[in-house]
Design a binder for this molecule. Structure first.
Ligand code: 13P
Length: 249
């Protein structure tokens, strides 16, 4: 049975005090859920967040990492460094990283390899831009993003891969893919995996939807058979909204 996951991507939000305040509110809301619950604070607060959430059932994850183990990469953080502060899951390939920090399929493939080599789990993000969808190219774009960064992996590696489909036109815009659009794309993603690795692998990989998921639309999106959860931006910064989404399962 593949896992259901709701992960909050806090992006560039919350200093240390705000992180502590939000975690306190989250811990007050958490109850047994069908879904795994994760939060991704900014790098400076990972260690604090890891300690503050211990035993709460909330996993703290990272928003990014570098592919190198160490060396002359000013400003970067490695998989080992994340592991040393208790972090075992990392988001890679977010569209904001691709757009503003020039991350390419090639560098992402290296990052995925580096994370898996350290036994980390990867939430791998991808998604088409509005122009791709308008021109009917969304499946080609998404298919290529997945193949280029992931299809050198072995079948067993997919035990530690979670996919997150985030159409760029729906991120932070208030515009959401309709539940049918999400389901159609998730089914395409699962078929792309099945064609390359077989049904056993494809059936076990969780595929999350991200892009303006809110309490009001989460239940309908999560009800779709190939949607296994969500990667939540804006709504994850409010404990009530975030847990309303978690409880939509
Ligand atoms: P929003 O939920 O704010 O649209 O952000 C989605 C996202 O980018 C999560 O990674």
């Amino acid at each position: 049975m593949r896992k259901q996951i709701v992960a909050g991507n806090w992006k560039l939000n919350n200093d240390l005090a705000q992180t502590e305040t939000l975690i306190t509110s989250l811990k007050a809301q958490v109850k047994t859920s069908a879904a795994e619950v994760m939060i991704a604070p900014t790098a400076t607060n990972l260690w604090h967040a890891y300690n503050s959430t211990k035993g709460s059932g909330i996993e703290v994850i990272a928003q990014n990492m570098h592919f190198a183990e160490n060396g002359a990469y000013t400003g970067e953080i490695s998989a080992s460094m994340l592991k040393s502060v208790g972090i075992n899951t990392v988001i890679l390939g977010h569209s904001e990283r691709r757009e503003y920090f020039n991350e390419t399929d090639e560098t992402l493939a290296k990052k995925v390899d580096a994370a898996l080599a350290k036994g980390m789990r990867v939430i791998f993000c991808f998604g088409e831009e509005l122009a791709d969808r308008k021109s009917g190219n969304e499946e080609t774009v998404v298919g290529n993003q997945i193949k280029n960064a992931l299809f050198h992996l072995k079948s067993a590696d997919f035990q530690n891969i979670v996919l997150a489909y985030e159409p760029v036109w729906a991120i932070g815009t208030g515009e959401t893919a309709s539940p049918e659009q999400a389901q159609d794309m998730h089914a395409f993603i699962r078929k792309t995996l099945a064609d390359a690795y077989g049904n056993d692998v494809a059936d076990e990989v969780s595929i999350l939807y991200g892009g303006s998921v809110k309490p009001a639309n989460a239940e309908e999106i999560f009800s779709k058979p190939d949607v296994d959860g969500g990667l939540i931006g804006g709504a994850s910064l409010n404990a009530e909204d975030f847990f309303a989404i978690v409880n939509a399962f």
